[in-house]
Design a protein around this ligand. Structure first.
Ligand SMILES: O=C(O)C(=O)C[C@H](O)C(=O)CO
Ligand SMILES: [Zn+2]
Length: 277
């Protein structure tokens, strides 16, 4: 498991492109038959992926990584499938998780196995895990069952639908909050006007983006914005003091996930357009 340390905003102001990418950008989430995990010290969130192709992928850890005997001993997990049909087996119970469906796995689950239904169209399970002090029931949510709402408009090129899966008013968790935003064709901007939430970090995972398209992900303090160029199926870490927004050369979908002091989706400090620099 790769480890990234937390950053101070005064230090990040000095970063060049390579350093910004090294600290915040996660270029590879999926590798065939592998479990890829990055642990950031921003609220100790783990961001990663499981891509079973020719064999199942098991959620493993070792004593050095987390100091526990199994991955979810003191953690919880959110899973969203962005690939072909698949399933997640949690302590022997199998949950079929289709494209854009979500599974929450509560703290204490010992055996978690990721499977693809068809190796020609393998499942791609995007993963987020946060420390947990309490166990909540393992729960599957389909897109139709999520709490969804329309945001933005075509006149601002940000017409999108926000699907909330794991949050205060949805699937219960210790601290993990997770959902997905789908931009309508012709809309390129997410999360503008932007916000910060010093009470929670956030990670974004961009997908549904054609190979020849990119997203300019915006981060930084509102008066010190920087950009990170994102390709399809890449993730980016946003510290709690940073805005997180983006504009694509094509519409796209992204998964957002947060960990921190509360699970209220609407706990945001809005940044006025005229404040941004
Ligand atoms: O498009 C948006 O706006 C979002 O999806 C915003 C994220 O959900 C977010 O930043 C939540 O804090
Ligand atoms: Zn946010």
């Amino acid at each position: 498991m790769e480890r990234r340390f937390a950053s101070h905003p005064n230090e990040v102001k000095q970063f060049d492109t390579a350093r910004l990418r090294k600290e915040f950008h996660i270029p590879v989430i999926f590798a065939p038959d592998e479990l890829k995990l990055v642990l950031t010290h921003e609220d100790r969130m783990i961001v990663g992926g499981a891509n079973p192709v020719n064999k199942d992928v098991v959620l493993t850890t070792d004593l050095k990584d987390l100091g526990v005997t199994y991955f979810l001993e003191r953690r919880e997990l959110g899973v969203i499938n962005v690939g072909g049909k698949g399933s997640v087996v949690v302590d022997g119970a199998e949950y079929e998780i289709d494209f854009k469906e979500c599974l929450y796995v509560g703290q204490g689950a010992k055996d978690v196995i990721f499977k693809s239904a068809d190796s020609a169209k393998p499942a791609k399970f995007y993963l987020n895990s946060a420390p947990a002090h309490q166990s909540y029931p393992t729960t599957k949510t389909t897109l139709a069952e999520s709490e969804s709402g329309a945001m933005g408009g075509l006149e601002n090129s940000n017409e999108r639908t926000i699907h909330r899966f794991i949050h205060a008013g949805g699937v219960q968790s210790a601290q993990l909050v997770m959902g997905m935003t789908q931009l309508k064709p012709g809309s390129m901007w997410n999360t503008m006007p932007s916000h910060t939430h010093p009470r929670r970090m956030e990670a974004y995972f961009y997908f549904d983006l054609p190979d020849d398209s990119i997203v300019f992900h915006l981060m930084g303090e509102p008066t010190e914005t920087r950009h990170i160029v994102m390709h399809n199926e890449q993730a980016v870490i946003s510290p709690s003091w940073s805005i997180h927004s983006g504009v694509g050369t094509h519409n796209y979908t992204f998964i957002w996930s947060m960990a921190g002091d509360n699970k209220r989706y609407d706990d945001m400090d809005p940044v006025g357009m005229k404040e941004l620099q």
